[in-house]
Design a protein around this ligand. Structure first.
Ligand code: NAD
Length: 524
């Protein structure tokens, strides 16, 4: 086995590779040099510096696996790798403890103003009174996002005798309680916490989750910590809150623009900053290197890896046959997660018509789970680990089959039950294109793409016009529209394709139109 290591990886992983393979370490390569070196290699290991582009992948004649010693795979052309049957593996869990420890470090630094006291003493001052701090013991810590890092933060905060509460609409209450946190809604978390720490991915829902409105709901004198992603906090609103004293302090490891030179937050004494150091420890690097190298060796030995980024190990002919249905199942999952409210409890996938006899239904179910879970998790839900990720979140999965596929050759029905209700989306692959054929009990036929608005409303004259008027006033153009209903005079479901983002405010306005029952904005 020949393996190329083209970035600075921790030596521990490279030593492991050397026990089993012929290893070439060559960093700082130009694209041409990389193309030359990759030609005869079976495996490639990178961090984030090497750009594994399509040309590089296509030049690799023997390449079977690419390992990323870390989390993000933005530097690897996953599509090109998948097309060539090359498996991409990573090490998503490697830095969770490290980031959680940094978070606790930031919290202690805020409570005792360690960075400010350090600067003061080094400036020749002995200001004992000025730096009177507070204890963590007995304080309430609000954790936003209870994934890998958030749950580690809770474990550590409990050792400081803090009371932990959490907001994460996608984790079951039972699981959270096992971790020893009280699950609350966001507003309650904001109102009750002395310290708030953020551990969510940056998504459309979480962008500026902490804005002026959210800050106004926080306790006066609360502290905010962000070691997740910069865009989750509206920095201008945070600046105002720190200036006015509404918040006692903030600690930031991440920024909307990095490096944050010129960012006014850096000028505030009550804002502690670190240069995106969350994952930077010797151990996290060692662990990432070891995990990625182990995974690469597993693939080369034909064993199942744990952290596959791109695909299941199915024969190419099976993957090819299922390609369209995989895309359909994933799209149904992605559509459904944007429609549901509440914590997911059950997911049921029903295969109808020709698909009822499909022997690889499980992979299609996993694709639906991938579509459901990817938008809410930082990364790494794939066709292999999706059932494990779902199980860890206490989601029950069932499969069913049905002969009747309505007017289609085959049909997938995805039913998602949450603690607040249930949603159902049906779809078919028509000429290789994803088609949504039903939402709940409404027959609808649409190709999901771009921005959409789904409005459930009373079936009476004028409703469509009223919704369109609100959108028109806001300069939001409607590209297409569909209406579905069960019986005349009952509830109708309107699906609008819109050219501009609608946004929370306009969604609220439409929801307040008399006769409108619910409004959801979706993007596919
Ligand atoms: P994860 O995917 O394991 O967990 C994210 C959690 O957020 C999930 O439990 C999910 O249910 C929850 N979530 C999703 N949308 C939400 C919403 N709208 N409201 C509340 N909760 C929501 O991710 P992780 O590995 O724990 O990473 C958390 C964050 O830390 C990510 O933003 C990641 O990019 C960041 N990170 C930062 C550093 C650093 O150097 N500072 C290093 C690694 C990761």
């Amino acid at each position: 086995m020949k393996i190329l290591v083209s970035d600075h990886l921790h030596e521990a992983g490279i030593e492991l590779l050397r026990q089993h393979a012929e290893v070439e370490v060559a960093t700082g390569l130009s694209k041409e040099e990389l193309i030359e070196k990759i030609r005869d290699k079976d495996g490639l290991l990178v961090r984030s510096a090497t750009k594994v582009t399509r040309d590089v992948i296509e030049a690799a004649e023997n390449l079977k696996v690419i390992g990323r010693a870390g989390v993000g795979v933005d530097n690897i052309d996953i599509k090109a790798a998948t097309e060539r049957g090359i498996i991409v593996v990573n090490a998503p869990e490697a830095s969770s403890i490290t980031v959680a420890e940094h978070t606790i470090g930031l919290m202690l630094a805020l409570a005792r103003r360690i960075p400010q006291a350090n600067a003061s003493l080094k400036a020749g001052k002995w200001e004992k009174k000025k730096f009177l701090g507070i204890e963590l013991r007995g304080k309430t810590l609000g954790v936003i996002g209870m994934g890998r890092i958030g749950s580690q933060v809770v474990r550590k905060a409990k050792a400081f005798e803090m009371h932990c509460i959490a907001y994460d609409p996608y984790i079951s209450k039972k699981l959270a309680e096992e971790l020893g946190v009280e699950v609350v809604e966001l507003d309650e978390l904001l109102a009750r916490s002395d310290f708030i720490t953020i551990h969510v991915p940056l998504t459309e829902q979480t962008r500026h989750l902490i804005n002026a409105e959210a800050i106004a709901k926080m306790k006066d004198g609360a502290y905010l910590i962000n070691a997740a992603r910069g865009g989750v906090v509206d920095e201008a609103a945070l600046y105002d809150a720190l200036r006015s004293g509404k918040l006692a302090g903030a600690a930031l490891d991440v920024f909307e623009k990095e490096p944050p030179f010129g960012n006014p937050l850096l000028e505030l004494d009550n804002c502690i900053v670190t240069p995106h150091l969350g994952a930077s420890t010797e151990e996290a690097q060692r662990y990432a290197s070891l995990i990625a190298c182990e995974e690469v060796l597993k693939v080369l030995r034909g064993e199942p890896p744990r952290n596959v980024v791109n695909m299941p190990r199915l024969p190419p002919e099976v993957l090819d046959k299922l390609k369209d249905h995989l895309a359909l199942a994933e799209a149904l999952g992605n559509f459904a997660i944007q429609l549901v409210s509440g914590r997911i409890r059950d997911v049921e996938v029903t295969f109808c018509g020709a698909l009822a006899e499909e022997e690889h239904q499980e992979v299609l179910t996993n694709a639906a789970l991938k579509g459901l879970l990817s938008p809410i998790l930082t990364e790494g839900v794939n066709l292999l680990n999706a059932p494990v990720v779902a199980k860890n979140r206490d989601i029950r999965i069932t499969q069913a089959k049905r002969e009747d596929a309505e007017k289609y050759e085959s049909l997938i029905i995805l039913r998602v039950k949450t603690d607040e209700g249930e949603t159902m989306v049906k779809g078919s692959s028509v000429g290789g294109e994803v088609r949504i054929t039903g939402i709940e009990e409404y027959a609808i036929e649409l190709t999901p793409s771009g921005k959409m608005l789904i409005v459930k409303h009373e079936d009476k004259p004028g409703m469509i016009g009223r919704v369109a008027t609100v959108l028109g006033e806001k300069q939001i153009n409607i590209g297409a529209m569909q209406v579905g209903r069960r019986e005349k005079g009952e509830t109708q479901l309107m699906v609008l394709s819109v050219d501009q983002p609608v946004g929370k405010e306009v969604v609220k306005e439409i929801a307040s139109i008399p006769g409108v029952y619910s409004v959801k904005e979706l993007e596919m």
